[in-house]
Ligand binder design. Structure first.
Ligand SMILES: C[S@@+](CC[C@H](N)C(=O)[O-])C[C@H]1O[C@@H](n2cnc3c(N)ncnc32)[C@H](O)[C@@H]1O
Length: 353
């Protein structure tokens, strides 16, 4: 099979015209064998449809053909064939992402469950775990693919080392990152510059205080009036002290102050978020004075007060933080004595405007 000139929908349409179940099965079998011989399961097949070059994953295609071949009636076989032809001919996307709904089964690496168990950090490309407190790239990767389209604008209000911008570039989304510390903003700019820019998107790093920066002005400088997605990964209050700056949210002295300031950030960015679009908050709880403080849920409440609608609460696992590295036994002992459980999870709250 020469993929370059191969019209997959046409081939399937010819099979569809047949009115004999055995003949259809025989053709499907021949097609499956030809695909399996010429492609590896993880590859894509390039095919033509009305002069347009399109592609489909081999594993997805073979699974669909399997389903057609296993069907017992002609009527059902034709139903599945027609569905596959439509999936190969037409792209159907929603308003907030580029997921082709006619081929939703192909996206088996996109999470739809509220429990995210990630066993390994993605360290490909410009990603690295060098910044204490950075999140795993899979978080922005999953969220950007579900809540943005190519060419959309993404705002990260607590940029840190630039993980969101690296992922935005990779996926073809424009990105704006706000970071309080000038040297960390510079690190983020260096990190994101290391990632290639295949979709020619813009990446802006702004050194500013996320609490009171003029978001409208920053967006205007980029030639836009709204962003399509907001990602926030603030300090989990004082769990990790990021700097000595008094505007640093890891330096606020009381829980009340932390929540007030997070409420201000949430309200300020609400104004620049396009209607119906999403905002994600990544945050964990804290333990102090013998008490579990549900920092994440308190902060989530501040977003609800502003008018965001809560769409999901995701629990994400994490392994040891650098602070607790090699101290498992000590923490286990403390937990047994103190009657508490050791943090192994954090939250991702999904809000919609
Ligand atoms: C949890 S880290 C974000 C890490 C980031 N997701 C990454 O992957 O590198 C929080 C960041 O917020 C920054 N920060 C703290 N207070 C801030 C403020 N008021 N405005 C902007 N950034 C702030 C800290 O300097 C820190 O880099």
């Amino acid at each position: 099979m020469n993929s370059e000139f191969f019209s997959l929908p046409e081939t399937l349409n010819v099979i569809f015209q047949k009115d004999n179940l055995e003949a259809i099965r025989c053709d499907i079998d021949t097609l499956q064998k030809a695909i399996a011989e010429s492609h590896l399961p993880h590859e894509d097949i390039i095919y033509r449809h009305q002069e347009t070059e399109m592609s489909v994953g081999v594993a997805y295609l073979l699974a669909e053909l399997d389903q057609i071949a296993a069907t017992l009636t002609l009527e059902r076989t034709k139903y599945y064939l027609k569905r596959l032809i439509k999936a190969l001919e037409k792209v159907k996307t929603g308003k907030i992402n580029d997921i082709n709904l006619n081929r939703w089964k192909e996206y088996d690496d996109i999470f739809t469950d509220s429990l995210w168990l990630l066993d390994r950090r993605d360290t490909s490309g410009a990603h690295n775990a060098g910044y204490w407190g950075n999140f795993v790239p899979q978080i922005p990767n999953q969220l950007l693919r579900r809540y943005t389209k190519q060419g959309d604008w993404v705002l990260d209000t607590f940029l840190g080392s630039g993980t969101t911008l690296i992922e935005s570039k990779r996926l073809g989304r424009n990105g704006i990152g706000i970071e309080l510390q000038p040297e960390i903003a510079a690190l983020a700019a260096r990190n994101s510059a290391m990632e290639s820019n295949p979709f020619d998107v813009r990446t802006e790093v702004v050194t500013a205080n996320a609490i009171d920066v003029d978001y409208g002005r920053i967006l205007a400088q980029c030639g836009i009036s709204a962003v399509q997605f907001i990602l926030m990964h603030p300090p989990y209050w004082d769990i990790i002290k990021f700097s000595n700056d008094r505007n640093d949210l890891s330096n606020v002295s009381t829980l009340h102050d932390f929540l007030t300031q997070m409420g201000r950030v949430a309200a300020n960015v609400y104004r620049v978020l396009e209607k119906k679009r999403f905002c994600a908050l990544v945050i964990g709880d804290k333990y102090a004075g013998g008490e579990w403080i549900p920092l994440a849920f308190y902060t989530m409440q501040e977003f609800l007060k502003i008018g965001y609608t809560l769409k999901s609460t995701i629990i994400k696992n994490f392994d040891e933080t650098k602070g607790k590295l090699n101290q498992q036994e000590l923490w286990r002992y403390r937990a047994l004595v103190g009657g508490f459980y050791i943090f192994k999870h954090e939250y991702i709250f999904l809000f919609q405007k």
